[in-house]
Design a protein around this ligand. Structure first.
Ligand SMILES: Cc1cc2nc3c(=O)[nH]c(=O)nc-3n(C[C@H](O)[C@H](O)[C@H](O)COP(=O)(O)OP(=O)(O)OC[C@H]3O[C@@H](n4cnc5c(N)ncnc54)[C@H](O)[C@@H]3O)c2cc1C
Length: 487
């Protein structure tokens, strides 16, 4: 262990805020994608942008990799310290700095929990629209890095549509402001570029977030089906009819069973093969007519039950079942590999059975719960992490599912990011030229490549095929030389 480095870090952040005991590192060895694990060399907890700037300078001066971490709920290995190095755990930067109602925005530090933003502004009639199902734990910094979505993305867009400005620390320790309270931006949209860069451009130290007014009326209902195909067809029909609900989510039979057996039981019909959760929001005028049209489309597709939430408690219960579904799946198997892929919405009826068949072909159970309205799928593969052979089958199934989605005109991720998990799938979508341009953009923000390396860009194996020279050498904290990728 490099004692001098530890001493220097403690001088920057204070004695208590550098963790170096190997036992403490295990907390940070993975994010929500528990399949890939690697403890960092050190964890440091900064409190200000200035401290982060100094840490970045120190790390880069020694060719040490570093990355920021929020709540560690990421599902693509984004906060995985692939080569060890430093994790900057952002927990001390968790203050809401300003609520500016006149400009309908709020300024926060990066480790404020998503739901806490809405809780703070709710008394004023506003909320923060991006609502990942992890919103009671995940942080604004993580949401920004991953450009997180959620059930209400269908109508309100992803995080990028709700971020006005950012303060960030870039390579070399530069502290830079991007955007601001006004949404009229001159020049390139650097905020838009930064959001979704998966922690590979720099470290967010402050964010100005757009607030949305609480809708006048919300109507939530559940429709149950005796086949996934009929539920999928309803989704296509609703969108095809020109209706854009606030949310349009689907849960399949295995997910329903897991939720109903858990403490999150939402009253979903246990005998259903699929359940749709549909939510309308906005002005009261006209909503009833819209709801009637949706109910008619559900009936046309043989819905076996349609139930409308009659109170806020009933609505919250329906949503709690959906939002806690991943947790409930812990009852089914010890390991859960949450998949994230996109397909054209219209392919749902055709592709859902094919995805299930791929998993079944590998002897793996799959539970589906997803943002059906966006075509953003989450096939969740259940496995036993103690069984290496089973893990191999899971990984094969994942690759086949990704190919299926890409061949159908979809994509390898809708909201969880590429991270470490899917970097080798990038050539399924992007040409070497595309990747080269992305790499050049990244180099502008992160020329040393030391900020969250080995994410997004393919490994040498897949890069070798495209001929892109990615490899560089770096020093680990214990003085060894290892190879990483240039970008
Ligand atoms: C049960 C569950 C449900 C989920 N549901 C959804 C969902 O509905 N929609 C969705 O999009 N995702 C969902 N996720 C995934 C995850 O919650 C999101 O990606 C979330 O935004 C991650 O936030 P975090 O604070 O946990 O970030 P972390 O996991 O700590 O980090 C994620 C990435 O952000 C980077 N990062 C963190 N803080 C900063 C910072 N200050 N500056 C720069 N980079 C930073 C990290 O380096 C890393 O690359 C879910 C996860 C779980 C476990």
């Amino acid at each position: 262990m490099d004692r001098q480095l530890i001493r220097q870090l403690k001088q920057i952040v204070g004695e208590r805020y550098v963790l170096s005991d190997p036992a403490e590192m295990y907390v940070y060895e993975c994010d929500g994608l528990t399949l890939h694990r690697k403890p960092p060399s050190l964890v440091v907890l900064p409190e200000t942008a200035q401290q982060i700037s100094e840490i970045v300078q120190l790390a880069e001066g020694r060719s040490i990799a570093y990355l920021a971490r929020g709540a560690g709920t990421g599902l693509s290995g984004g906060a995985l310290a692939v080569q060890g190095g430093l994790i900057l755990q952002m927990s001390r930067m968790n203050r809401i700095l300003e609520i500016d109602l006149d400009n309908r925005c709020v300024t926060v530090e990066p480790c404020v929990v998503n739901l806490d933003v809405s809780k703070a502004v709710l008394p004023h009639g506003f909320y923060f629209a991006p609502d990942p199902s992890s919103q009671m734990a995940s942080t604004i910094g993580g949401n920004i890095a991953e450009n997180s979505g959620g059930p209400h993305t269908l109508k309100y867009g992803t995080t990028v549509n709700h971020v006005l400005g950012l303060d960030v620390v870039l390579s070399g320790g530069r502290i830079v402001q991007l955007g601001g309270k006004s949404s009229d931006r001159l020049g390139y949209d650097l905020v838009g570029l930064f959001v979704g860069s998966e922690g590979t451009f720099g470290i967010v130290t402050k964010a100005i977030l757009r607030l949305s007014p609480i809708p006048q009326k919300v109507k939530t209902f559940l429709a149950a089906y005796s086949s996934v195909r009929e539920a999928s067809q309803t989704v296509s029909d609703i969108i095809g009819a020109g209706i854009v609900p606030a949310a349009l989510e689907m849960l399949d039979r295995l997910t329903i069973q897991a939720v109903e057996d858990s403490v999150y039981a939402a009253g979903y019909p246990r005998d259903a093969e699929a359940v749709l959760l549909v939510e309308l929001d906005g002005l009261e005028a006209g909503m009833e007519r819209l709801a009637e049209r949706i109910v008619a489309l559900c009936r046309q597709n043989a819905a076996t039950e349609i139930r409308i939430a009659r109170s806020n408690e009933e609505r919250e219960k329906l949503w709690a079942g959906r939002k806690k579904a991943f947790g409930a799946m812990g009852r089914l198997m010890p390991g859960l590999y949450v998949q994230d892929a996109v397909i054209p919405r219209s392919s749902l009826p055709e592709l859902m059975p094919k995805i299930n068949a791929i998993a079944a072909g590998h002897g793996i159970a799959v539970a589906n719960v997803f943002h059906a309205g966006d075509g953003n799928l989450h096939p969740n593969l259940l496995y036993d992490g103690q069984d290496p052979e089973q893990i191999q089958r899971v990984l094969q199934a994942v690759e086949e599912i990704m190919k299926l989605c890409v061949d159908a005109g979809g994509s390898i991720t809708g909201e969880h990011g590429v991270g470490f998990e899917k970097k080798d799938f990038m050539p399924m979508i992007f040409s070497p030229e595309d990747l080269d341009i992305m790499g050049r953009v990244k180099s502008v923000f992160n020329p040393t490549g030391l900020c969250n390396p080995q994410k997004i860009f393919p490994t040498s194996k897949s890069c070798g095929e495209s001929g892109i020279p990615y490899k560089i050498q770096y020093k680990t904290l214990d003085g060894k030389t290892e190879e990483i990728f240039r970008i």
